[in-house]
Design a protein around this ligand. Structure first.
Ligand code: NAP
Length: 308
């Protein structure tokens, strides 16, 4: 594939920025990739693994870049944008990868200098790992990457960013920021909170010891623990910045939970069966849409217990 941007600057060098660096390099999409992270330790790691050309200041990293990617926690976007704004090249595009869109737009847009294009985005791809070593080139393959451009955004700048994202293997779609936040509250944010809660409940349950919870963790709980291992800073910011939509979905969730609780109490098997039949169809839809594997246990290979 051919070069789409001459110089891409990654601000924040974690899972998402790292995966972008690998994917862009693998497909030859950027002539040069620069980067900056706030801690010396992260910058050092990124240098050690040859992630990109790492600078000790954000200003140096963005100088002359025609694409700048903000890949820091949602709550840090505004501050980072304010810091780099005076150093941006005229005509550059700024995008972000934050999991919440409206609050990022509110925090970033006021700092965008005239002549610089701001196109907010969100790759619907991730793992529970974080940091520069966590990235890998195929993270975005066949995943959605939503763009939430403002109404006056430059169509050519959007099309160019779209080409980069598609070339990294993802599928793009456009959405209004507020709508994005509601959709993600249902599909990602509330489920994460429920996973955190369930793992917290198990942790507090004194009737089963921690050892038993770990030793006999069946698929349901084990999958919750994977989600609940996600980065605490990132998820704290997601909930604080998508507050209304998450609270709305959690309210609906609580109502549904009470209905199921009542069905169990009343021995209403028909209600439970009908409900689980509907939810099973949603799982089938996700597999048919290519967003997960239909293999049993999410395609995991059973691990033999190590001999001690
Ligand atoms: P990550 O691996 O934890 O990396 C975060 C990076 O941001 C690190 O380089 C960190 O620098 C830097 N950072 C943290 N706090 C900062 C602050 N206050 N000011 C400046 N820099 C700061 O995170 P990630 O998973 O790549 O997530 C980055 C963004 O992508 C987030 O906005 C997240 O919502 C979004 N996202 C994540 C996922 C996912 O599943 N992980 C999926 C889609 C979108 P140091 O290492 O130096 O502290």
């Amino acid at each position: 594939m051919s070069v789409i941007y001459d110089r891409v600057a990654l601000i924040g060098l974690g899972l998402i920025a790292g995966s972008m660096a690998h994917a862009m390099r693998e497909h030859g999409l950027a002539a040069e990739i620069t980067g900056y992270a706030r801690s010396a330790a992260t910058r050092e790691t990124a240098r050690d693994i040859g992630l990109c050309t790492v600078f000790d200041s954000a200003a140096e990293a963005v100088a002359g870049a025609d694409l700048v990617v903000l890949a820091v926690p949602v709550g840090a976007m505004g501050e980072v944008m304010a810091e780099i704004a005076p150093h941006l090249a005229p005509g550059a595009t700024i995008t972000d990868v934050g999991s919440v869109k409206q609050s990022v737009i509110d925090a970033v847009a006021p700092h965008v200098p005239p002549g610089v294009h701001f196109i907010p985005g969100h790759p619907l791809a991730g793992t529970e790992h974080s940091g520069p070593r966590a990235g890998f080139a195929t993270l975005f393959r066949n995943r959605w990457w939503l763009l939430t451009p403002l109404p006056d955004a430059d169509p050519d700048a959007i099309a160019r960013l779209d080409r980069l994202i598609t070339a990294m293997g993802a599928k793009t779609d456009r959405m209004e920021a507020g709508h994005h936040d509601l959709v993600l509250a249902v599909t990602s944010h509330a489920p994460h909170l429920i996973a955190y809660t369930m793992v917290g409940v198990a942790d507090h349950l004194r009737r089963v010891t921690d050892e038993e919870v770990i030793q006999y963790s069946a698929a349901g709980f084990r999958d919750f623990t994977r989600i609940a291992a996600s980065d605490p800073t990132m998820w704290r910011d997601v909930f604080l910045h998508n507050r209304e939509a998450t609270l709305d979905i959690l309210g609906r969730f609580t109502e549904e939970l009470f209905v199921l609780q009542r069905a169990i109490r009343m021995g209403d098997g028909q209600h439970l069966h009908d409900y689980f039949t509907r939810t099973r169809a949603i799982r089938r839809g996700i597999i048919e849409a290519g967003q997960d594997t239909g293999a049993p246990d999410f395609g995991r290979t059973p691990q033999a217990k190590p001999v001690t």
